[in-house]
Design a protein around this ligand. Structure first.
Ligand code: DQA
Length: 147
Protein backbone atom coordinates (compact mmCIF):
# COMPACT_ATOMS: atom_id res chain seq x y z
CA UNK A 1 0.00 0.00 0.00
CA UNK A 2 1.39 3.35 -1.08
CA UNK A 3 0.20 6.52 0.67
CA UNK A 4 1.09 10.15 0.00
CA UNK A 5 1.17 12.45 3.03
CA UNK A 6 0.65 15.87 1.52
CA UNK A 7 1.07 19.08 3.51
CA UNK A 8 0.19 22.61 2.54
CA UNK A 9 1.23 26.11 3.52
CA UNK A 10 3.16 26.89 6.70
CA UNK A 11 3.32 23.25 7.76
CA UNK A 12 7.04 23.32 6.94
CA UNK A 13 7.27 25.58 10.00
CA UNK A 14 5.86 23.00 12.41
CA UNK A 15 7.95 22.96 15.57
CA UNK A 16 8.44 26.72 15.57
CA UNK A 17 4.96 27.76 14.47
CA UNK A 18 2.53 28.40 17.33
CA UNK A 19 3.65 25.27 19.26
CA UNK A 20 0.84 25.62 21.79
CA UNK A 21 -1.60 24.94 18.92
CA UNK A 22 0.41 22.74 16.58
CA UNK A 23 2.89 21.00 18.89
CA UNK A 24 6.66 20.87 19.14
CA UNK A 25 7.36 18.25 16.50
CA UNK A 26 8.72 19.29 13.13
CA UNK A 27 7.13 17.99 9.94
CA UNK A 28 10.21 15.81 9.41
CA UNK A 29 9.74 14.35 12.91
CA UNK A 30 6.13 13.52 12.10
CA UNK A 31 6.91 11.94 8.72
CA UNK A 32 9.81 9.87 10.09
CA UNK A 33 7.65 8.63 12.97
CA UNK A 34 4.92 7.59 10.50
CA UNK A 35 7.44 5.81 8.29
CA UNK A 36 8.68 3.88 11.34
CA UNK A 37 5.22 3.13 12.72
CA UNK A 38 3.99 1.76 9.39
CA UNK A 39 7.25 0.17 8.21
CA UNK A 40 6.57 -3.04 6.30
CA UNK A 41 2.87 -2.21 5.97
CA UNK A 42 2.72 1.07 4.10
CA UNK A 43 5.09 2.87 1.78
CA UNK A 44 4.79 6.50 2.84
CA UNK A 45 5.79 9.28 0.48
CA UNK A 46 5.70 12.87 1.73
CA UNK A 47 5.51 16.24 0.05
CA UNK A 48 4.97 19.76 1.39
CA UNK A 49 4.46 22.98 -0.47
CA UNK A 50 3.39 26.51 0.35
CA UNK A 51 2.00 26.82 -3.18
CA UNK A 52 -1.52 25.85 -4.19
CA UNK A 53 -0.55 24.77 -7.71
CA UNK A 54 2.22 22.49 -6.45
CA UNK A 55 -0.30 20.74 -4.17
CA UNK A 56 -2.64 20.26 -7.13
CA UNK A 57 0.24 18.86 -9.20
CA UNK A 58 1.05 16.43 -6.38
CA UNK A 59 -2.57 15.24 -6.19
CA UNK A 60 -2.73 14.70 -9.95
CA UNK A 61 0.60 12.87 -9.86
CA UNK A 62 -0.73 10.59 -7.10
CA UNK A 63 -3.63 9.65 -9.36
CA UNK A 64 -1.32 8.36 -12.08
CA UNK A 65 1.62 6.89 -10.18
CA UNK A 66 -0.12 4.05 -8.33
CA UNK A 67 -0.69 5.82 -5.03
CA UNK A 68 -3.49 4.10 -3.07
CA UNK A 69 -4.54 6.97 -0.83
CA UNK A 70 -3.68 10.51 0.20
CA UNK A 71 -3.53 12.09 3.66
CA UNK A 72 -3.95 15.81 3.10
CA UNK A 73 -3.37 18.65 5.53
CA UNK A 74 -4.14 21.53 3.21
CA UNK A 75 -3.49 24.11 5.95
CA UNK A 76 -5.26 27.40 5.29
CA UNK A 77 -6.13 26.35 1.72
CA UNK A 78 -8.68 24.07 3.38
CA UNK A 79 -10.80 27.14 4.00
CA UNK A 80 -10.24 28.96 0.71
CA UNK A 81 -9.33 26.77 -2.23
CA UNK A 82 -11.90 25.80 -4.83
CA UNK A 83 -8.98 24.71 -7.03
CA UNK A 84 -7.81 22.18 -4.45
CA UNK A 85 -11.35 20.89 -4.01
CA UNK A 86 -11.66 20.44 -7.78
CA UNK A 87 -8.33 18.60 -7.85
CA UNK A 88 -9.54 16.18 -5.16
CA UNK A 89 -12.76 15.58 -7.12
CA UNK A 90 -10.80 15.08 -10.32
CA UNK A 91 -8.69 12.25 -8.88
CA UNK A 92 -11.70 10.23 -7.64
CA UNK A 93 -11.95 7.39 -6.73
CA UNK A 94 -8.50 7.83 -5.15
CA UNK A 95 -9.40 8.35 -1.46
CA UNK A 96 -8.20 11.54 0.23
CA UNK A 97 -8.43 11.94 4.01
CA UNK A 98 -8.48 15.55 5.24
CA UNK A 99 -6.44 16.00 8.40
CA UNK A 100 -5.75 18.81 10.82
CA UNK A 101 -3.49 18.85 13.83
CA UNK A 102 -5.81 21.23 15.67
CA UNK A 103 -9.55 20.92 16.21
CA UNK A 104 -10.53 23.49 13.61
CA UNK A 105 -14.13 23.44 14.88
CA UNK A 106 -13.00 24.79 18.25
CA UNK A 107 -11.16 27.73 16.69
CA UNK A 108 -11.96 30.91 14.72
CA UNK A 109 -15.15 30.77 12.66
CA UNK A 110 -13.25 31.03 9.35
CA UNK A 111 -11.53 27.73 10.19
CA UNK A 112 -14.86 26.01 10.69
CA UNK A 113 -15.59 26.02 6.97
CA UNK A 114 -13.79 23.51 4.80
CA UNK A 115 -14.14 23.69 1.03
CA UNK A 116 -12.60 20.24 0.70
CA UNK A 117 -14.37 18.05 3.30
CA UNK A 118 -17.31 17.19 1.04
CA UNK A 119 -15.05 15.68 -1.61
CA UNK A 120 -12.75 13.87 0.83
CA UNK A 121 -13.33 10.33 2.10
CA UNK A 122 -13.40 11.66 5.66
CA UNK A 123 -11.91 14.15 8.09
CA UNK A 124 -9.68 13.72 11.15
CA UNK A 125 -8.91 16.80 13.25
CA UNK A 126 -7.72 17.67 16.71
CA UNK A 127 -5.36 14.85 17.60
CA UNK A 128 -2.09 16.65 16.95
CA UNK A 129 0.44 14.56 15.04
CA UNK A 130 -1.72 11.48 15.76
CA UNK A 131 -4.25 12.87 13.24
CA UNK A 132 -1.88 11.70 10.48
CA UNK A 133 -1.50 8.26 12.07
CA UNK A 134 -5.27 7.87 12.41
CA UNK A 135 -5.78 8.94 8.79
CA UNK A 136 -3.39 6.26 7.55
CA UNK A 137 -5.17 3.66 9.73
CA UNK A 138 -8.45 4.82 8.18
CA UNK A 139 -7.06 4.34 4.66
CA UNK A 140 -5.84 0.85 5.63
CA UNK A 141 -9.31 -0.04 6.94
CA UNK A 142 -10.88 1.28 3.76
CA UNK A 143 -8.64 -0.75 1.49
CA UNK A 144 -9.16 -3.89 3.61
CA UNK A 145 -12.93 -3.46 3.25
CA UNK A 146 -12.63 -2.99 -0.51
CA UNK A 147 -10.34 -6.02 -0.97
C1 DQA B 1 -4.39 23.31 10.20
C2 DQA B 1 -5.59 24.21 10.55
C3 DQA B 1 -5.72 25.34 9.55
O1 DQA B 1 -6.81 26.17 9.89
C4 DQA B 1 -4.47 26.17 9.53
O2 DQA B 1 -4.57 27.19 8.55
C5 DQA B 1 -3.23 25.36 9.33
C6 DQA B 1 -3.11 24.10 10.06
C7 DQA B 1 -4.16 22.21 11.26
O3 DQA B 1 -3.44 21.27 10.96
O4 DQA B 1 -4.66 22.30 12.39
O5 DQA B 1 -2.31 25.75 8.63
O6 DQA B 1 -4.67 22.64 8.96
Amino acid sequence: MKILVLNGPNLNFLGRREPTIYGAQTLDDIIHALQQQFAGRVEIAAFQSNHEGALIDALQQAAIDGTDGVVLNAGAYTHTSVALRDAISSIAPLPVVEVHLSNVHARESFRQTSLISAVCQGVIAGFGADSYHLAIEALLHLSAKEA
